[in-house]
Ligand binder design. Structure first.
Ligand code: SF4
Length: 184
């Protein structure tokens, strides 16, 4: 029998016990619905990641969502101009909680080589980012590594972090209001 302190799982003959929190985290991590927000070359690399060679469906992620209300992972891949920033933020706000953000490539993460007046110098200036993938462009293996790191977060966070004061304060710094029904 495993120790609940170590594994949060109790194994016995014919049964296994765990917490609801852990079970939900596991289910969520293996059924993420991504919304690809791809604007340029990194988007092409993401398309390669979805192809048969790398095959994102191995991670339960073959279903791309092009509607934010049915997505929980925003994948931003490519150069984001300042003009496009409010559109990206609106899409993020339309996604239901809990949600995560993967920033793919140098442009999305920091503006990349485009240190110009028109390019946003990193999407974390307008929305919170959970995982950054470096590279110009990152290879599909790197994007998959970023996705696996998102899965780890999803498993650990499960239900609680999204209702924590820390998370709400983080969103406040982005002028994003997260109203918890239980606060009313
Ligand atoms: S990081 Fe490089 S490959 Fe990706 S969008 Fe920017 S310029 Fe293109």
């Amino acid at each position: 029998m495993g120790k609940i302190e170590d594994l949060k799982v109790i194994n016995g003959e014919g049964y296994q016990l765990t917490t609801l929190d852990k079970a939900i985290g596991l289910a969520r991590a293996n059924s993420v619905w991504p919304l690809p927000f791809a604007t340029s070359c990194c988007g092409i690399e993401f398309m390669a990641t979805m192809g048969s060679t790398y095959d994102m469906s191995r991670f339960g992620m073959e279903r791309m969502s092009f509607t934010p209300r049915q997505a929980d992972l925003l994948i931003v891949a490519g150069t984001i101009s300042k003009k496009l920033g409010p559109v990206l933020k609106q899409i993020y706000e339309q996604m239901a909680e809990p949600k995560w953000v993967l920033s793919v490539g140098a442009c999305a993460s920091s503006g990349g080589i485009f240190d110009t007046y028109s390019v946003l110098q990193g999407i974390d200036r307008i929305i919170p980012v959970d995982v950054y993938v470096p590279g110009c462009p990152p290879r599909p293996e790197q994007i998959i590594d970023g996705v696996i790191n998102i899965h780890k977060l999803v498993k650990l966070e499960s239900m609680r972090r999204r209702y924590s004061d820390e998370y709400k304060d983080l969103l406040k710094t982005y002028q994003i209001d997260i109203t918890d029904e239980r606060d009313k």
